[in-house]
Design a binder for this molecule. Structure first.
Ligand SMILES: [Zn+2]
Length: 99
């Protein structure tokens, strides 16, 4: 994935790295190879990684499921989990982005 650096305006290819913040919190980030500006991609904790796994599993189940009603029900679950995960990740970002 190619992005344009907001620091030096040059394009670069993203290489995701991980940093552990303790308490199960992992920051995914990447660094501009030209000017070393650091960009946070996401913060996750144990709960949000569990949610991501659940969402992937639900999508798999929907794909293999011929029942429209059941698929809709699962889709609702996915929406709820996605919303919860969004909140967790934005809270973590607020708390850890500057560290
Ligand atoms: Zn740069």
């Amino acid at each position: 994935m190619n992005v344009n650096c907001t620091g030096c305006q040059k394009d670069f290819d993203i290489t995701l790295k991980e940093k552990k913040h303790g308490k199960g919190i992992i920051e995914t980030y990447f660094v501009c190879p030209h000017c070393s500006t650091r960009f946070s991609a996401a913060f996750t904790n144990t709960r949000s990684r569990k949610i991501q796994k659940q969402i992937r599993k639900l999508w798999d189940e929907i794909r293999g499921c011929g029942n429209v009603k059941l698929a809709e029900h699962k889709k609702e679950k996915i929406d709820k989990l996605t919303e919860e995960n969004k909140q967790i990740m934005s809270k973590l970002k607020e708390e850890y982005a500057s560290k």
